[in-house]
Design a protein around this ligand. Sequence first.
Ligand code: IVH
Length: 546
Amino acid sequence: MSVIEESLIEKTQRLSRVAAGTALDELDEPSARQLAGALRPVVAEHARLYYVQDTPLITDGEYDRLFRFLSDLEQAFPHLQRPDSPTQRVGGEPLDEFTKVQHREPLLSLSNAFDADELRAWYERIGKVLSGAGLDETPALAVELKIDGIALALTYEAGVLNLGATRGNGRVGENITPHVRTIHSVPLTLRTDTPPARIEARGEAYMPRSAFDAMNERLVEAGERPFANPRNGTAGSLRQLDPTITAQRPLAFFAYSLGPVEGDLAVGSQTEALAWMREVGFSVNEWVATVTDIEEAIVYCEEMGARRDTLDYEIDGVVVKVDSFALQQLLGNVSNAPRWAVAYKFPAREATTRLSAIETNVGRTGVIKPLALLEPVEIGGVTVSKATLHNEDYVKSRDIRLGDLVTVKRAGDVIPQVIGPVEGARDGSEQAWAMPTRCPACAQPLKREEGDADTYCVSAECPEQLKRHVEHYAMRNAMDIDGLGSKLAVQLVDAGLIMALPDIYALSVEQLLELDKFAEKKAENLLAGIEASKTRRLSRLLFALG
Ligand code: IVH
């Protein structure tokens, strides 16, 4: 930007003043046209700073006022409406059907590598092809996260978005232009005075994890079916014939490559392409990097694998690409995938298996948690045979039935959870499940308050609750009673030695010796541990009592 040009903030302030002091019914056409022309790029730029850069320059309130003024102006002078206006992210008319689009160049898929050695083997193979062509250098690589979403191809003519298409089968996709316009991180116009005549940007539509969870909550509240995962949520939101529904879904987009370009564009590598796309207004993932060889790429893959759970979007691996376009061209494609790129796949976090039964467990507070008993299945190197079903509504809203083939997810440290049924695999033998009406431990009636997702056993005499209480009371960060873990808590309650928490302090060596696997030494140690707990601070006692 040149020094004489008015800065964005000055323009914004001037337009805000104009907006505040202008009555739309007194505005003549030429002034309205001029005002709309000045407002559009300013509103679009603030939206970019907010949605793409995550560094807003003005408050939400200031933005809303400017946006509303532009929107009112376009309503008052409908002939000034333009599809690339920042006000046009609302969806528009429903479609009768999706029309097909032939991609100018196919969207290829990627070959996979599942460990470091497979990455090295790929790098060696391309090294051979290059040295066969007389090139002995080892090629630099662009490394990127492999976003687990839906691939899109976006065409801009003279800098204006005029086609958004799904990947489809790679050659023919579906025209979802009105839907794509609703995605705030997709630029409607490119931020450049010299756009190429036509350019295609490719990337991944996705849903941030946090926004996905919130969306599912809203769907459940509205009595609608939640989505199994962010990828399904993305696909389902783009597949709506009515794009106004898409507009209400928290979709986002990361650009990751250039498709065919017509006209001038001085970009010679993937790294330069990403920098250009970021420059002209696309959201490019923050973790993209350029490395000198495959060993550095492997380090990147390991680092990103460790970072996976901390990201607010799902990734299923890393894409490693030869950086130079000239070398990419030289390497070419093998059938359906480029030879110059490879996807390093992380271990899967989801698997499908049979739901054999649903058990209910009683927690310390009396909360009843349904637990899925599964045919054992391996997920990312761990065998999973139990998974949480959270609560009654979770099972109902997802229509999870006994005997269903279900998708199970295990991510990071969290307890595995059942994501939902594979409905297509049903044979009619599956049975609906209902929350029991009585406590599985004490047979007292269960209660669920209006507006509460959880069901409780409210009996003061429930032995399961007491076991969880004793266990919690003795925990390291509570009263820290050495030797009193969950197994012993169960034993003590079952034997009738503890009927309420204070009974812990009345235990004797004689009583303990009657328990299975208890010798004098162990009993004395436990009593010493109980004695020591008497000196804990009040704050610990309060926590222990819950
Ligand atoms: S490059 C020929 N880069 O992964 C190059 N793809 O099998 C092909 N994907 O469905 C694409 N993140 O949508 C590339 N940073 C990234 C990617 C990425 C996700 C998806 C892509 C495609 C699949 C490739």
